[in-house]
Write a protein that binds this ligand. Structure first.
Ligand SMILES: C[S@@+](CC[C@H](N)C(=O)[O-])C[C@H]1O[C@@H](n2cnc3c(N)ncnc32)[C@H](O)[C@@H]1O
Length: 518
């Protein structure tokens, strides 16, 4: 009798000769036939035990794979965000806080899908017409994913009947859409921008792109070189900004608030253009400064660092919640010269008490935010022409009130993150007409003296105004005007002497008229 070798001694591929042949079921037979017909590549990705898996769909190398979880969750997030009744970044973080089941890959794809939808909502709406995106958030999400990654990135099983609908929506050429839809801005904004600049097409294209992450290095605690080195040690590529001496630019978005350089107050997040607004103020040590619309204090902190934490900065704002954000930032930055004050409006009694006492006042006015569309694309669809009119009145009123706080010779900087002349140059021109005791200074000159070089073409184009635009400067859109309150003219020596001619010259006009009549 042949003795069987122990299992361990069997050669690989050993088969018991005497084992009874198993009979295959019909399903197994069919699977065997399918297997025989498959190409080697198909065999490699085929999972014999499961129904066709979307993960295994044949894709181009490097192509993103969209799972049903991503599609469902993006639709869920868009259901809230497309109502456009709150800032998308706030709604998005609430959504992610409640979506703990998502992994980092899904989170990234969903966040990118939301931003893509907000950046291209005009074109998406045009393609979906007559279906409205807010009424069909899942379909909107699918279309956004298809536009971003290609229809092939989504498996047929996920698409189901929607595949044909999506194909139809993807068919029209974007160049056939109306110009304002290609520009991805509302019609009212398109019409205003077309009139004010000839390079509006390039501007609108740049406004559709994502923005880098700009950091302002706190000069009290570190230098850009040190920060770049520290970031690179952690594998984050960073480079110096183009204009601002304090700027470090990142092209990825690490969770910065968890990092020591952030916690220790060496850096804060601030667009490079915004950093230059503080430089337009050119504050000196020991001065009295007012940041009239301080918000959460982005520019206040930059001013505090330029003043080496000396003097006094009043940080005003009507929004208490926003202003509350300033105290922890101030502490982190090591600044002790900032005094936050909540005001009722621009006529508040706190302001009146400070009339004529300030060396410099910054009015970083509330505005349309059209310069920040790269970072806040949802703002395009949430801010309308009526709101622009309302805010335009506030800008003028705040500027008038803030101007009263200046000492003679003091500096007033008016800034916005708007690209619109109406909120910028027009406001200043009207102010200068009403206030002859103010004059406009050359913003480029002021920056140049601090080592900030801006292309001379921009000076030619914008004159004494400071204008940064995404397509020209790779920053957000910013505007700044530097005004100086003229010093009262000293009475001439001739008039200070007590001569009969001077007594005559100083007589009131009515008295002179009375005497002449006699
Ligand atoms: C452009 S944001 C300021 C941003 C801030 N300076 C920064 O750098 O982060 C404009 C601010 O003006 C405030 N604001 C609106 N109306 C105001 C008013 N009448 N007086 C003072 N501040 C006002 C808003 O609450 C908002 O925080």
């Amino acid at each position: 009798m042949a003795t069987e070798k122990p299992r361990s001694a069997r050669k690989p591929g050993y088969k018991r000769q005497d084992a009874p042949k198993r009979k295959l079921t019909d399903r197994q037979k069919a699977a065997k036939e399918r297997w025989a017909k498959m190409t080697p590549e198909e065999r490699q990705t085929h999972d014999k035990t499961k129904a066709p898996n979307p993960r295994m769909q044949k894709q181009h190398p490097g192509q993103v794979r969209i799972t049903s979880l991503v599609v469902d969750e993006l639709g869920k997030a868009l259901r809230t965000i497309l109502k456009l009744d709150g800032p998308a970044d706030v709604l998005m973080s609430i959504y992610f806080k409640n979506a703990r089941h998502l992994g980092p890959r899904e989170r990234t794809l969903i966040a990118e899908g939301i931003y893509y939808t907000m950046r291209h909502l005009s074109m998406i709406t045009w393609r979906m017409n007559p279906v409205r995106p807010d009424k069909a958030p899942r379909l909107t999400g699918l279309l956004a994913l298809a536009l971003q990654h290609g229809l092939d990135a989504i498996h047929d099983q996920i698409l189901g009947k929607e595949k044909e609908t999506l194909k139809n929506m993807l068919a029209p050429k974007s160049s056939d859409a109306p110009k304002e839809i290609q520009a991805e801005v509302p019609k009212w904004l398109y019409d205003l921008a077309v009139v004010q600049c000839t390079d509006h097409k390039a501007l609108f294209e740049a406004m559709q792109e994502g923005a880098p992450l700009d950091l302002r290095v706190n000069s009290l605690k570190s230098t850009p070189d040190e920060v770049i080195l520290e970031l690179e040690e952690h594998g984050v590529k960073a480079e110096k900004g183009i204009y601002s001496p304090d700027c470090v630019r990142l092209f990825t978005k690490p969770a910065l608030t968890q990092w020591p350089i952030y916690k220790e107050g060496k850096v804060d997040v601030q667009d490079e253009g915004s950093q230059l607004i503080a430089r337009l103020m050119q504050p000196k040590r020991g001065e009295m400064i007012c940041d009239f619309c301080a918000g959460a204090g982005g520019k206040t902190l930059a001013l505090g660092a330029l003043m080496k934490s000396s003097g006094r900065i009043y940080a005003f704002d009507v929004n208490e919640k926003r202003l509350n954000g300033l105290a922890p930032r101030m502490r982190r930055a090591g600044l002790s010269n900032i005094y936050p004050v909540v005001i009722r409006d621009e006529h508040d009694k706190h302001i009146k008490r400070l009339y004529g006492k300030m060396d410099r006042v910054l009015v970083d006015a509330p505005c349309s935010g059209t310069g920040t569309y790269r970072r806040n694309p949802d703002l395009k669809w949430r801010f309308g022409e009526e709101e622009l009119n309302r805010i335009n009145d506030i800008q003028k009123s705040v500027l008038r009130s803030a101007a009263k706080m200046l000492k003679p010779g003091g500096r007033l900087v008016y800034s916005t993150c708007s690209i619109l002349k109406r909120e910028n140059q027009d406001v200043i021109e009207e102010f200068l007409k009403e206030n002859e005791d103010f004059e406009l200074l050359d913003a480029f000159d002021i920056l140049q003296k601090q080592g900030v070089e801006i292309n001379p073409y921009q000076k030619e184009r914008f004159g004494e105004y400071f204008v940064m635009l995404p397509h020209l400067n790779k920053t957000d859109g910013f505007f700044g005007a530097v005004l100086q309150k003229k010093r009262a003219e000293k009475p001439s020596k001739r008039l200070t002497q007590n001569t009969p001619e001077n007594a005559e010259a100083e007589k009131p006009a009515e008295k002179k008229a009375e005497e002449a009549a006699k």
